[in-house]
Write a protein that binds this ligand. Structure first.
Ligand code: NI
Length: 135
């Protein structure tokens, strides 16, 4: 099995909050990410596909194709957007990195034309990253 990774970056705004809590209570729970007037992160997304080499092409999957799939299904919906308000696949979700990464997995899992989606990694800062492999 061979693993290939495509990296993309995006900038997005969000606010973490729970309905029913006031601003102070949300700050207790979510810290600075609960700022009522939003704030942004520069995210890095890595999409890992696992597969076997196609002897016809020497590829597992054409990386140009993978790039286009990620751009169409994820990046175009999150880059320079507000994740709470603008992103259709985040509707009703509190945009923690955990919720974002699972939603991105669901966006991509059935759209990989060769091999299969193995992992999605999301870097919220240099020091925090999240990895999801489904299930
Ligand atoms: Ni934040």
């Amino acid at each position: 099995m061979l693993y290939l990774t495509r990296r993309e970056t995006f900038a997005a705004a969000h606010r973490l909050f729970k309905d029913g809590l006031n601003d102070e209570e949300n700050f207790e729970l979510f810290g600075k990410c609960s700022n009522p007037n939003w704030h942004g992160h520069n995210y890095t997304l890595e999409v890992v596909v696992a597969g076997n080499v196609n002897p016809e092409t020497g590829f597992v999957l054409d990386l140009k194709q993978l790039k286009e799939i990620i751009l169409e299904n994820v990046i175009s919906k999150v880059d320079h957007k507000n994740l709470n308000l603008d992103t259709d696949f985040m509707k009703g979700l509190n945009p923690t990195s955990e919720n974002i990464i699972v939603a991105i997995w669901n966006q991509l899992k059935d759209k990989i034309p060769a091999g299969k989606l193995y992992a999605v990694k999301l870097y919220e800062t240099e020091n925090n990253y999240f990895e999801y492999r489904g299930e």
